[in-house]
Design a protein around this ligand. Structure first.
Ligand code: GDP
Length: 452
C-alpha cells in the first residue's frame, strides 16, 4: 500500500443535498471526538447514542439531534468516527459543517472516508469500490451484486487465485536453484497441470467479472430506424411509461431521449434517436446530428422497421448509416398490423424479432434477447459487481500466465517464466489494492460521493 495513515480529521455532510427528516454530519480522524465534544458536549459511550444540543464555534445552538460515537479501529474508517444526526435542512447542515471546520476538522474530499477505510485496511480496494457501486446501483440485482462484492466475494476469489499463483512461483523459483542438476523440474507434468488449472480459474473469474460489470455499468442501447416505424412507442413500452412524444407524423422525435430501464435486473440506457433521414428542417437536421453522436456511444442498436413493409431499400440505406462495428438487432414492429405472431428468427446468424410495441406482444422476447446480448442470458444474478478496471487486471494476469507457459515450454530461460509469474501476481494484486499507485487510488476515490 502506498498511502500513509492520515493525521488530520475530516468532516462531511453524509446525507444527500436538499431537505430531509434527518441530516448527518460525519467526522473521522484523531480529533473527531474532540471536535464533536465542542459541538455537542459530553459524548455518549461508543456505539450508543445521546440526544444533545449542537453548537457552532461561537457557542450558539444551531440544532439538536443524536450523537453516535465509534472508537477506532472498530469503525468504518478505522479511525475515531462521530456522527451528528441533526435535522436535514441545508442551512442547518452547512452550519454544522462550518462549526466542525472552525473547531479543527477540514472538509472531506469525495470518497475520503472510504479511502481511509482502505488505508487502515478495513476494506480492500475492490470492497471500497463496491461501496460506491452499492450507492449507485441501477437495479436491485446490481445492488445485490455490489453487496456481495462489499462482503468480500470478489476479493476472496482473487485471493484464491493469488494463493495458487504464489505456490506456483515458489515451485518455479525453487526449481531455478536446482537448474544445474539434471532433474528437469520445469518440464514436470504437475507444473503444467497447475498452470492450466490456474488459467481456467482465471477465465471463470473473468467471465463472472464481465457479468458483474454489465450489472454495474448496464448497457447502452439505441433505437434506430426510419421515421414512424414505432421507435418511440417501443421505448415507452420497454419503460412502461410515456416518455417519448408519440405521434403519427414522421420526424416527431427531434431530440435524443435517454431512458434508464431495469430489464429484469440489467440496467439499460435506451436512447431514442431522431429518424435518420435527410431533411431541410434545421431543427430536424440537428436531431439527426445528435442521433449520430448517440450512436457512437451505443453498444447495441435495435433497428426498428415496420413488419408490413418488410426490409426495404430505405431501411437498407438507414442501416448502412450505422457505425459499422455496432451490433444490430432487427426488430420487426407492428406485427399486430402485419398479422404475424411474435417470434424470434435467426437467419444466417442474424437475429430478428417480430413484435408489437403497441400491444406489447413479443416484448418479453426482446427483453430476453437484450439480456442475452449483455452476456447475462437466463442468469438472474451475478456473483458480485465488478468494474472494467478489474477485468483489465485479469486480462493482463492472463497474458503474463500465457507468456510464462510459453517460456516454460521453450525451456531456454526459465528465469523469464518466473518473471512473468511475478508480473501476473502484481496485475492480480491491483484488484484488491495490494499493488496500487497514488494515481490509481486518487482516480478511484474521486468518483465517490462526498461523505462516503
Ligand atoms: P417513431 O417515429 O419511429 O418513433 O414512431 P412512433 O413510435 O412515433 O410511432 C408512429 C406511429 O405508429 C404511431 O401512431 C404509433 O401509435 C404507431 N405504432 C407504433 N408501434 C405500433 C405497433 O406495434 N402497432 C400499431 N398498430 N401501431 C404502432
Amino acid at each position: 500500500m502506498s498511502a500513509h495513515a492520515p493525521t488530520d480529521t475530516i468532516a462531511a455532510i453524509a446525507t444527500p443535498p436538499g431537505r430531509g427528516a434527518v441530516g448527518i454530519l460525519r467526522l473521522s480522524g484523531p480529533r473527531a471526538f474532540d471536535v464533536a465534544t465542542r459541538i455537542a458536549g459530553a459524548l455518549p459511550a461508543g456505539r450508543s447514542s445521546a440526544l444533545r444540543a449542537f453548537r457552532d464555534a461561537q457557542g450558539r445552538i444551531v440544532d439538536q439531534g443524536l450523537v453516535l460515537c465509534f472508537a477506532g479501529p472498530r469503525s468504518y474508517t478505522g479511525e475515531d468516527v462521530v456522527e451528528l444526526q441533526g435535522h436535514g435542512g441545508p442551512v442547518v447542515m452547512d452550519q454544522l459543517l462550518r462549526a466542525a471546520c472552525a473547531l479543527g476538522a477540514r472538509a472531506a474530499r469525495a470518497g475520503e472516508f472510504s479511502e481511509r477505510a482502505f488505508i487502515n485496511e478495513r476494506l480492500d480496494l475492490a470492497q471500497a469500490e463496491a461501496v460506491a457501486d452499492l450507492i449507485n446501483a441501477g437495479s436491485a440485482a446490481a445492488a445485490r451484486a455490489a453487496q456481495r462484492a462489499l462482503d468480500g466475494e470478489l476479493s476472496r476469489q482473487v485471493q484464491g487465485l493469488t494463493d495458487e499463483l504464489m505456490s506456483l512461483r515458489v515451485f518455479v523459483e525453487g526449481a531455478l536453484d536446482f537448474s544445474d542438476e539434471d532433474i528437469d523440474w520445469l518440464a514436470h507434468d504437475g507444473l503444467h497441470a497447475r498452470l492450466e488449472t490456474l488459467e481456467a480459474n482465471l477465465r471463470r473469474l473473468r467471465a463472472d467479472c464481465e457479468r458483474g460489470r454489465r450489472l454495474r455499468d448496464g448497457l447502452i442501447v439505441t433505437l434506430t430506424g426510419r421515421p414512424n416505424v414505432g421507435k418511440s412507442t417501443l421505448l415507452n413500452a420497454l419503460a412502461g411509461a410515456d416518455i417519448a412524444i408519440v405521434t403519427p407524423i414522421a420526424g416527431t422525435t427531434r431530440d435524443v431521449l435517454r431512458e434508464h430501464l431495469d430489464l429484469d435486473g440489467l440496467p439499460v440506457t435506451a436512447v431514442d434517436t431522431a429518424g435518420l433521414r435527410d431533411s431541410d428542417d434545421p431543427i430536424e437536421q440537428e436531431g439527426v446530428r445528435r442521433a449520430r453522436q448517440a450512436l457512437e456511444q451505443a453498444e447495441l442498436a435495435l433497428f426498428v422497421l415496420d413488419d408490413r413493409e418488410g426490409f426495404g431499400a430505405e431501411d437498407a440505406a438507414a442501416l448502412s448509416q450505422l457505425p459499422p462495428q455496432l451490433p444490430v438487432l432487427r426488430v420487426h414492429n407492428k406485427c399486430d398490423l402485419s398479422g404475424c405472431a411474435p417470434a424470434r428468427e435467426e437467419i444466417d446468424g442474424q437475429v430478428r424479432l417480430k413484435l408489437s410495441a403497441a400491444s406489447g406482444a413479443g416484448l418479453d422476447l426482446l427483453r430476453m434477447e437484450i439480456r442475452r446480448f449483455a452476456g447475462l442470458g437466463d442468469a438472474a444474478e451475478s456473483p458480485f459487481s465488478a468494474r472494467s478496471r478489474h477485468i483489465d487486471a485479469l486480462r493482463r494476469t492472463g497474458e503474463h500466465l500465457d507468456a510464462a507457459r510459453q517460456r516454460l515450454a521453450q525451456k531456454t530461460m526459465p528465469e523469464l517464466a518466473a518473471e512473468e509469474l511475478r508480473q501476473a501476481q502484481d496485475a492480480l494484486g491491483e484488484i484488491t489494492g495490494r499493488v496500487s499507485t497514488e494515481d490509481l487510488l486518487g482516480q478511484i476515490f474521486a468518483s465517490f460521493c462526498i461523505g462516503k
